[in-house]
Design a protein around this ligand. Sequence first.
Ligand SMILES: [Fe+2]
Length: 261
Amino acid sequence: MNPSQLSSLKTWFKDYVADFYTGNDDDDRNIRLKEEHTHRVCRNITDLANSLGLPSEDTCLAEAIALLHDIGRFMQYRKYRTFFDRISENHARLGIRELARARVLSCLELQDRRILIRAVSFHNAAMLPDNEPERMLLFMKLIRDADKLDIWRVVTEYYREKDIRPNKAIELGLPDPPECSEAVIRSILNHRFASINDIKTLNDFKLLQISWVFDLNFRKSFLLLKERRYIEAIHESLPDLPAIRRAVNHAVHYLDAGCAV
Ligand SMILES: [Fe+2]
């Protein structure tokens, strides 16, 4: 992808998103959250691409994937007033439909279009599909890491201010008793990405976010996660329970090992 193709996608994105602001403070806050998230994911993916020494046309393609990866979030919020896929619909698929409807990708080369669609479709999947070509896999991994690195920023900023300005859209409307589910702890102790289906409380959701460390793909991602201290910040927002301490320790060791490679 060349810089001028990327820049026309950026113009389209800006106009598309502008239409979702309604003037209602709470709703606009959620739209802004996703718009800012997108810009930060673009920055993260560029950092990752640079750390790998990718050629500039691949860095542009990676940034285009980041720009459009959450495009479905805006329509999801307008239609359902939630970001919880389980009670609305898969926002990645919704995004692909929006891109098709607006014919935004028709100016791209076929190969770039294929990669972009597949990377967006799988950015939020529990696991990557088997047997993907190496080039496809590279972009699929880049967006997943770049996205997680910014969701960590969003949630840790939120956990600090949540008592002052609660936001059901971020918490997915989960109850918040001072406990967590065993299945989520078990996943972390087994160095596994926790399943969204095991999430029953807000603490489970926080632990799931910690378990994303097991799904990182690049050394630069580990380094950024460590430098930004997101795991520590999520830990601080959790109750002081032995099971939680143990799980967090596992995640931190795994993070340190990923940085050392
Ligand atoms: Fe997403």
